[in-house]
Design a protein around this ligand. Structure first.
Ligand code: NDP
Ligand code: X15
Length: 341
């Protein structure tokens, strides 16, 4: 069993912890937080040993009825590998302790590529991970882009990509963030970080991205255009998506035309926390013009799509499963991830 520590038990960390616990070849040896909050009670309820960054805060946890297993360093010592899901920028500060203890670590998209020196996506570069001590799972939007670009690149070749990201303003529990009533260019300059981020995994792709944030909390929406190298048809493109285990199709007949309806659907499916782990490509939007121009809209659940990627990244860094498709199959099966559509 691979012993996994989750440093940072928040939006991403709590999902990764449950996904690790569901795998046949992994166990959660601990999760960490800095402060007493609702998620500390969830860790207790799940039976995950809780470690804290500053042992000086132990009395506050104990007063709240939450047992503290030790400090973060103790958690790391007990682990084979750590998934660092602390807020963006904290991972970089944590890197020296992983180096000191000689632990493999996976960072998230809030860190720069250079923090790990290797950026990961299971379908695109799983086999490049072995022998790395560190990897970074690219951000949620970048993960969604890499999946669809790589799939079409494998099938038809991709000459160039132009994409616009309409990004959720905040996560559902993030009461301090906005916007409440604005469409904010984020950034106003071009490109947004997503194109260069895609290039950390797929360096040969010609891509320019634009991004803005809007007052929603669940899911980003992408408007994507790609020029393909080979002529194809809409039907062939749909087949590529149907055969991809992490690209789902929002079928026209479902009548879903928004992130809100898609979230209702994942909720009705009984997905844990309503998570859409796969890309949600809107079937109706999939278009091929003049044989080589591809268009689509896709929804990306920011809290969820990086979760299975973290699980595959654990196996890839540990070198325990050599075949990417086998790891992806194991991860999906344990999560119950059967792509929609
Ligand atoms: N949320 C999203 O949509 C996505 C986020 N990401 C990336 O994932 C990473 C995590 O983001 P997210 O889950 O949203 O962040 P959250 O703020 O939801 O969670 C961060 C967690 O880290 C804990 N923490 C903070 N500082 C430390 C520390 N020094 N040591 C140990 N634990 C600490 C926090 O505990 P406490 O609350 O007790 O302080 C909290 O549990 C970021 O890099 C982000 O960019 C990637 C894809 C999507
Ligand atoms: O990784 C994400 O977005 P991104 O792909 O736009 O960087 C997550 O939605 C977190 O983004 P945030 O920095 O707006 O919290």
């Amino acid at each position: 069993m691979i012993k996994v520590a989750i440093n940072g038990y928040g939006t991403i960390g709590k999902r990764v912890a449950d996904a690790v616990a569901a795998q046949p070849d992994m166990e959660v040896i601990g999760v960490s937080k800095t402060s007493v909050s609702a998620e500390a009670y969830i860790a207790k309820e799940r039976g995950y040993p809780l470690y804290i960054a500053d042992l000086g805060k132990k009395p506050a946890f104990e007063k709240a009825g939450i047992e503290v297993a030790g400090d973060v360093e103790a958690m790391l010592k007990a682990a084979d590998i750590v998934v660092d899901a602390t807020p963006g920028g904290v991972g970089e500060k944590n890197r020296p302790i992983y180096e000191k203890l000689g632990k493999k670590a996976i960072f998230q998209g809030g860190e720069d590529h250079e923090v790990a020196g290797f950026s990961f996506n299971a379908h695109a570069n799983y086999n490049e991970a072995e022998n790395h001590q560190f990897a970074r799972v690219v951000s949620c939007n970048s993960t969604g882009l890499v999946r669809i670009i790589h799939a079409l690149d494998q099938a038809f070749g991709v000459a160039r990509v132009r994409a616009v990201m309409v990004r959720r303003g905040a996560d559902p529990d993030d009461v301090k963030r906005g916007p409440i009533d604005a469409i904010v260019l984020n950034p106003a300059s071009i490109p947004s970080h997503h194109g260069p981020d895609v290039n950390t995994v797929l360096p040969h792709i010609n891509i320019v991205t634009l991004a803005m944030i809007v007052p929603t909390t669940f899911m980003h929406m992408h408007s994507i255009q790609m020029d393909l190298k080979k002529e194809t048809t809409r039907e062939e493109v749909l087949k590529v998506f149907e055969n991809h285990s992490r690209i789902g199709l929002v079928r026209k007949t479902m009548g879903i035309k928004s992130n809100a309806q898609l979230r209702e659907y994942t909720q009705d499916l009984g997905r844990p926390r309503t998570d859409l782990w796969e890309n949600g490509v809107f079937e109706e939007s999939v278009s091929i013009l003049d044989g080589k121009e591809f268009y689509c809209f896709q929804a990306i659940h920011q809290e969820a799509d990086v979760v299975p990627e973290n699980i595959d990244c654990i196996r890839a860094l540990m070198g325990t499963v050599k075949d990417p498709q086998e790891s992806i199959r194991m991860t999906n099966e344990a999560l119950g991830l059967v792509a929609i559509g």
